[in-house]
Design a protein. Structure first.
Lengths: 286, 184, 184
C-alpha cells in the first residue's frame, strides 16, 4: 500500500479498450508526490475523461468499484470503498477535469459515513437514519434501474428487430380531411420555439428580411434542375424598383451563403449567369 | 373473399396497429361481420403466417403484421446507418419511467444520482413514448411521467404487465455491514 | 432460410420497388447469392402469393409486393378517420421553415434542440406546404426547405411579408393576437 493512504485497485472503464501506458508525468495527491502510477490503476491521463464519461454518474462509479471487487452491495466494506472512491476523485481533480458536483457530493457523503464509523458506536445519534442504510438503498435502487435499462434494451423493438410489413396500394385516395391550422397557432409555436432557443434577445429580424428570404426561396426554385440561368431572368421589371432591389439582395445573400455562383462569359459586358453551387457536378453525372 | 385475407390486406397497408374495434370499422354494416368472426379470422391469419417472413402480433393498441426477427439482418440494409443505439442515460431514464411510473424528474434524479438531461425527456415526449400523467401535490406541482401505448407498441408489449420483472434486491441488515477500516 | 422468403421480407419493408441489382445488394458477398438465384426465387415468391392479399409485380423501376385490386374497397377506408390535430413539434417545425427559410433539418434541430421527426417533414411535403428548394454545399449536401405558394394561400397571406415580424411578436399578448392579425 502507498504512503498516500491511497488504496488503489484495478480501475478500467466497463467498456475496456484502454491502452496501457508505462511512463508518464505524475501528479501530487494529498500533498504527496506520486512518482509512478499505482500499478493497478492504469489510466493514461488523457483517458481519464473518457473514463469518466463511461459512467452515468457517481452511483454508477461506486457500483462499478464495488462490483469490480465482487462485493455484495449489502456488505460493502464502506471504509475501503470510500478511500478508493475519494482517491479516485482526487486523482481526477489533479488532472483538472471538471468534476460534476454530483461526484464531489458522493465523495463527501462517503467521507462522512467513514468518519462516523470511526467514532465510538454510542456516538451515533439514534433518531438519524444510518447513512449507510441510505447509501445501500440508493445503490440497490440504482442497480435495479441499470438492470431495467438492460432488460428494456433487449426487448424486441420495432425498427430494430422487427419492421412493419407493408404492401404497396396505390389506389385512388378518397379525399381525406386534413387537420386545420390557424396562423395564430403557427405564431404561438414560433414564439415558443424562439423563446426556448433564447433568440429573442440576439436576433432582431426586420420586415425586409422576410421578403428577402422569400425571394431567396424563389431564386433557388428557379435554379432547381437547371445548369444555369441568365442573371436578368431573375428580375421582373413589373415589380418595380423595390422588387428589383429585393431580388438583388436575395442573390447577394445566396452568394454570401455559397448557395449559388455567378459567372460571366468571356469579354466585357458579357451576360452574367447564375447557377446553383454544385450544378456542374450534377450536370456531369446525368 | 376470405375474411382472414381481407384482414391481411388491411393490416399490410395500415401504418399502425389496429384494434378489434378499429378492424370492425372497416366493414360496412351490410357486410354483417361480427366481432367474433374477426377474432377467429385473426387466428386463421396467424396460422397462415407460418412459413412467411412476417407474423401477426398483438401489442397494446392492437394487431399488426411485422417481419420476423430472423430477417433482421437483410431488412436492416434498407438503411445505410445501423439503427441508432440508445445511450445508457436514455435507457435508464426510460426504464425508470416504465417500471416506476408515475415518477417525477426529481425522483429520477434521485435514483440515478445525476441531473436528468432535458433533451432526453423531450425526445421521449416527442416520440410519444412518455407523457405527463398528472402533477404531484408538492411545491411546484412537479409533473409525473408515465409511458404511453406507443411505447408498448414499439417494444412489442401488450401491457405494462409484460415488462420483465426485475430481480428483487436483497434486504439488508445495516449492523452486519463489515467495518473494514483500511488504512485507519 | 429460403431465399424467396428473405426476398419477401425485403420487399415487404421497402418503400419503393427494387430492381434485381438492388436486391442483389442486400446480400453480402460471402452469402454467394447469384443474380440467377434471385431471379428464380422471385418466381417462387410470385407463386407463393396465391391465396394472399398481395401479389408480386414488376414495375419500371423494379419489383414490389402490392395489394390486389380486389381489396381496394377495404384498404381505402384507412383514410376515413377524423383528421387529428398537428403536434406541437409539427407546428414548430413549420414555423421555423416559414420564418427562417431556406433552412436545413440540421438547423431546425439546432434551434429546437431535438431531432426532427422524418414523418413531420414528409407530411409537410405531402401537404404541399413545404418544398426542397436546393441543397447546401456541405458534406451530405443537406436539403434546404422553404414554404410554397400553397402555404401562403392556406394562411391567406399574399407573401411572407405578411407574416408578423419578430419585433411585432415580441411582447405580443396572446389574447390580443386575433386583433393584431385582423389588423394586419
Amino acid at each position: 500500500m502507498m504512503e498516500t493512504g491511497f488504496t488503489p485497485s484495478p480501475v478500467l472503464p466497463p467498456q475496456g479498450g484502454m491502452g496501457v501506458q508505462t511512463e508518464m508525468p505524475f501528479a501530487v495527491v494529498r500533498g504527496e508526490k506520486i512518482v509512478a502510477m499505482p500499478e493497478d490503476l492504469y489510466i493514461p491521463p488523457d483517458a481519464l475523461e473518457v473514463f469518466l464519461e463511461a459512467f452515468e454518474g457517481p452511483l454508477d462509479l461506486l457500483l462499478y468499484l464495488i462490483r469490480r471487487q465482487n462485493f455484495d452491495i449489502c456488505d460493502i466494506p464502506i471504509a475501503h470503498i470510500t478511500e478508493q472512491y475519494v482517491a479516485y476523485v482526487e486523482l481526477m481533480k489533479e488532472f483538472n477535469l471538471d468534476l460534476a458536483a454530483e461526484y464531489l457530493l458522493m465523495a463527501a457523503m462517503l467521507a462522512e459515513i467513514k468518519s462516523r464509523l470511526l467514532l465510538p458506536r454510542q456516538a451515533m445519534v439514534d433518531e438519524e437514519e444510518d447513512p449507510r442504510a441510505q447509501l445501500m438503498r440508493q445503490l440497490q435502487e440504482y442497480e435495479q434501474c441499470k438492470q431495467a435499462a438492460g432488460e428494456l434494451d433487449t426487448l424486441p423493438r420495432l425498427e430494430r428487430d422487427h419492421w412493419l410489413a407493408q404492401t404497396a396500394a396505390d389506389f385512388p385516395r378518397l379525399p381525406r380531411p386534413q387537420p386545420q391550422v390557424s396562423l395564430q397557432e403557427l405564431l404561438l409555436a414560433f414564439q415558443d420555439v424562439l423563446k426556448r432557443a433564447d433568440m429573442f434577445s440576439h436576433h432582431q429580424i426586420r420586415r425586409e428580411h422576410l421578403s428577402i428570404r422569400e425571394r431567396m426561396t424563389h431564386v433557388l426554385a428557379l435554379l432547381q434542375g437547371k445548369a444555369f440561368v441568365p442573371f436578368e431572368s431573375l428580375f421582373r421589371l413589373e415589380e418595380g424598383r423595390r422588387g428589383v432591389v429585393v431580388t438583388l439582395m436575395a442573390v447577394l445573400e445566396l452568394l454570401k451563403a455559397h448557395l449559388i455562383d455567378v459567372t460571366q462569359s468571356e469579354g466585357a459586358y458579357a451576360p452574367l449567369y447564375v447557377r446553383p453551387v454544385g450544378a456542374v457536378l450534377e450536370g456531369a453525372g446525368i | 373473399m376470405k375474411l382472414a385475407t381481407i384482414l391481411q390486406a388491411i393490416l399490410l397497408t395500415a401504418d399502425k396497429p389496429l384494434s378489434l374495434e378499429q378492424l370492425e370499422g372497416y366493414f360496412a354494416p351490410e357486410e354483417h361481420i361480427a366481432r367474433s368472426a374477426i377474432r377467429s379470422a385473426l387466428q386463421e391469419l396467424q396460422g397462415s403466417c407460418d412459413g412467411q417472413s412476417f407474423e401477426l402480433v398483438e401489442t397494446a393498441s392492437g394487431f399488426r403484421l411485422q417481419t420476423r426477427v430472423a430477417f433482421q439482418s437483410w431488412v436492416q440494409r434498407h438503411h445505410e446507418e445501423k439503427p441508432s443505439k440508445y445511450s445508457r442515460a436514455f435507457l435508464e431514464t426510460l426504464a425508470l419511467i416504465a417500471w416506476r411510473q408515475p415518477i417525477t424528474r426529481a425522483e429520477i434524479e434521485e435514483i440515478r444520482g445525476v441531473a436528468v438531461n432535458a433533451s432526453i425527456i423531450k425526445t421521449l415526449l416527442e416520440r410519444d413514448w412518455v407523457r405527463v400523467i398528472g402533477h404531484k401535490e408538492l411545491p411546484g406541482r412537479p409533473e409525473m411521467l408515465g409511458t404511453t401505448r406507443q411505447f408498448l407498441d414499439y417494444f412489442n408489449l401488450k401491457s405494462l404487465d409484460d415488462l420483465p420483472s426485475l430481480a428483487e434486491m436483497k434486504g439488508l441488515d445495516v449492523d452486519q455491514l463489515p467495518l473494514v477500516l483500511a488504512g485507519a
